[in-house]
Design a protein around this ligand. Structure first.
Ligand code: PMP
Length: 439
């Protein structure tokens, strides 16, 4: 290490300040497994996994070998010229791990956002309808169309001008998003979310003009919230009844992250289009949509494509990921590590030391969020009815009460925890506008 004199200052000067970072002081030079090394010679435990990408860890030898061997054969085999062998081989390996054999028709792109854009194009093309329903609090990307679909934070669209029309957000079944008390039963939140959707069809766009409903099976950048099974079933019923294409964005929740290959497998609900990226190639830029055959069947040749669509090196990495999942029983490991993580986090949650600062520990597999009790509690139903002041019915010792420090309320605990982790040599991210850290 220390192979360079280029400093973070150089990056801070020459890269747009529009890129936000966990740290502006660090320059990562290499990685191995769960560790990364910075140019100052320090070693960091990487709990960000490159934002949910490095599912086999950094520099896994299987990926290195596959990419090395592919680059010697051909690195760019353009798919609008002829079929690319590595892409066909990857599809052959992907088909058996799809949540349903019905999902068998693929299109490859380079980033999650591009895949989302294409899912919307496909749904509009198939239905000949204009509307796209998304969940409020969701994240689908930063491109022109996807930033219009993203409602997890205003920073992704503010100041960037007119947005893509025809996007209709409605709340995800998540207490903080619905602004209901943290202990609201999941059935109630499912019902609330679905009735918001029904209202949307009456007030904003009729169901028969909606091309697709796009959801994250685990709300990612919006707070790390797994979708309730009954809610996914409810959406499936609505889509079947109204002829709407159901799209699952598994960009962040896919490829083993949640203890199954795809989160939808926990519910058995099959989407019409599934979006994949991040973990699919363990660190190389690759994304894809997979659809039921009839959904893509009518597409005109030439209407889909892209210079690097399903790049050969990325596809080779994708194959190595799937082979390694099998060879190293990756899913078993995710589930074993998940049990440890949940047990520890729940212990911390119950601990007197944290003084009930932790409102919720949730997630699936190794996609885990910890939400801190917010600065201001949403009003409880009882306090609204009785006209009591917000939070006035909570005592300090009750779970869910507003955390106090020397009589002062504590704000932004998540970012303070993340900062403390950084001081101790661990990289970890927060998520959403709520007070959440994510593993
Ligand atoms: N969808 C989801 C659910 C995501 O988490 C992300 C990335 N965080 C995207 C889409 C966009 O992916 P990309 O950054 O590769 O464009």
């Amino acid at each position: 290490t220390m192979s360079t004199s280029i400093s973070s200052d150089f990056g801070n000067k020459h890269i747009t300040p529009g890129i936000g970072r966990v740290s502006n002081d660090l320059v990562i030079e290499k990685g191995k497994g769960t560790w990364v090394w910075t140019t100052d010679g320090k070693k960091w435990l990487d709990f960000t996994s490159g934002i949910g990408v490095t599912c086999l860890g950094h520099a896994h030898p299987a990926i290195t070998a596959a990419v090395t061997s592919q680059v010697e054969k051909i690195s760019h085999s353009q798919v609008n010229i002829a079929h690319s062998l590595s892409q066909l081989q990857l599809i052959e390996k992907l088909i058996p791990v799809m949540p349903s054999p019905e999902l068998d028709t693929f299109f490859f792109t380079n980033s999650g956002s591009e895949a989302v854009e294409n899912a919307v194009k496909v749904a509009k093309n198939y239905t000949n309808r204009r509307g796209v329903v998304v969940m409020q609090g969701s994240y689908h990307g930063r491109t022109y169309a996807t930033s219009a679909m993203t409602t997890s934070k205003t920073v992704y669209s503010a100041g960037f001008g007119a947005s893509l029309p025809g996007i209709y957000p409605t709340p995800f079944p998540y207490a903080s998003q619905l602004h209901v008390p943290a202990d609201t039963p999941v059935e109630k939140m499912t019902e609330l979310s679905l009735s918001h959707l029904a209202l949307l069809f009456k007030q904003q766009i009729p169901a028969h003009e909606v091309a697709c409903i796009v959801i994250e099976p685990v709300l990612g950048e919006g707070g790390y919230v797994p979708a309730p099974k009954e809610w996914l079933q409810g959406l499936r019923e609505v889509c079947d009844k109204e002829g709407i294409i159901l799209v699952f964005d598994e960009v962040q929740s896919g490829f083993g992250r949640t203890g199954k290959m795809f989160y939808s497998e926990y519910s058995g609900v099959v989407p019409d289009i599934q979006i994949m990226a991040k973990g699919i190639a363990g660190g190389l830029p690759l994304s894809a949509i997979v659809a039921k055959n009839y959904v893509m069947k009518g597409q005109k040749p030439g209407s889909m494509g892209g210079t690097y669509s399903g790049n050969a090196l990325a596809c080779a990495a994708g194959m190595a990921v799937l082979e390694t999942f099998e060879k190293e029983n990756i899913l078993d490991n995710v589930n074993a590590r998940s049990e440890q993580l949940f047990a520890t986090l729940r212990e911390v949650q119950q601990s007197e030391l944290t003084g009930h600062m932790i409102r919720d520990v949730r997630g699936a597999g190794l996609m885990v969020g910890v939400e801190f009790t917010p600065f201001t509690e949403p009003p409880s139903a009882a306090s609204i009815i009785s006209g009591a002041a917000v939070g006035a019915n909570k005592s300090e010792s009750q779970p869910g009460s507003v955390p106090q420090k020397g009589g002062q309320r504590v704000k932004d605990i998540g970012s303070r925890v993340a900062k403390k982790c950084l001081e101790k040599g661990m990289l970890i991210l927060t998520t959403s506008v709520f007070d959440v850290i994510r593993f």
